[in-house]
Design a protein around this ligand. Structure first.
Ligand code: 13P
Length: 290
């Protein structure tokens, strides 16, 4: 089956109160792990490549890997550019078969974020692909910001309706207390803010920084309108940690058995997150609608 748009998956998730599990991948091994897990769970998933991954592998390889995965997979897959900041990368993503792009204008002044996001939406929609925008700033845990600074960067519910209307985005990434990377303590999500955002916007909402967020917190966020859960670090930890352990225990000088071990470790993490999102078994209904 060809790659589908993220919007098509998110629409189904929103109508049925679950989230589309969305995973960062970097190479053949973690991509195969994600797709194997998705098939084992009969779940739709979004494959995400960041600008860092594009720098690492290049658009042609990422496009080719995702196209082969989709052509062989029995579940619907979307290919999404995660945190696109360079307009050049957004354009290249569109030309290289991505079915969804995120324009991350969160570091820009509000008016500029609106203007550029709207420009991206115009171009992407003409190419038939969906767009995720970001309002507020989702920090990295490495940013070491204070609670007050984090609160100041959170999505302002008062701006949401106007932002969605003026940009035309299909999905909105919200800053409500999560961060990218590993948390130092337990993340505290601002559910009142999420509920207010939900009131203001009818489009699917996206939770970034899915690693390390307690399961109950994720479930509550889904009940309050989160339709896409982004997870990256957890997969990288499983990938590198399993290789590290295998090398400590055995003398291995062939990458293939090591990468087999890594792939199995990533599959387990991905299956867990798919179940947490409530996405298991949802592939059939989506395929029936395509
Ligand atoms: P984590 O790496 O914290 O799971 O976040 C991933 C993410 O939000 C990608 O956009």
């Amino acid at each position: 089956m060809p790659l589908v748009t993220a919007a098509c998956l998110l629409e189904h998730a929103q109508a049925n109160t679950y989230a589309i599990p969305s995973f960062n991948f970097h190479d053949l091994v973690d991509l195969q792990a994600i797709v194997t897990a998705a098939e084992a769970e009969a779940a739709p998933v979004i494959l995400m490549a960041s600008e860092g991954t594009i720098r690492f592998a290049g658009f042609p390889y990422i496009e080719a890997l995702a196209r082969v995965a989709a052509s062989q997979a029995k579940v619907p897959l979307a290919l999404h550019l995660d945190h696109g900041r360079e307009l050049d990368n957004i354009m290249k993503g569109i030309r290289h078969g991505f079915t969804s792009v995120m324009f991350d204008g969160s570091h820009l002044a509000y008016a500029e974020n609106v203007r550029l996001t709207n420009w991206v939406v115009d171009v992407a929609h003409r190419a038939g692909i969906s767009v995720e925008g970001e309002l507020g700033q989702i920090p990295g845990t490495e940013d070491d910001i204070s609670v007050a600074e984090q609160a100041a960067g959170m999505t302002d519910p008062g701006l949401v309706a106007e932002y969605v209307e003026r940009t035309g985005v299909d999905a909105l990434a919200v800053a409500i207390g999560t961060a990218h990377g590993l948390y130092k303590g337990e993340p505290q999500l601002d559910f009142d803010r999420l509920a207010a955002i939900r009131q203001a916007a009818v489009i699917p909402l996206v939770l970034h920084g899915g690693t390390g967020v307690p399961d109950a917190t994720v479930r509550q966020a889904i009940n309050l309108g989160i339709c896409k859960l982004n997870v990256g670090t957890d997969l990288r930890l499983a990938y590198t940690g399993s290789i590290d352990q295998a090398l400590k225990e055995h003398e291995i000088n062939d990458p293939r058995p090591l990468l087999d071990i890594a792939r199995e470790a990533v599959i387990e993490v991905v299956r867990d997150k798919i179940r947490l999102c409530g996405a298991s078994g949802q592939a059939k209904a989506i395929k029936a609608q395509l």
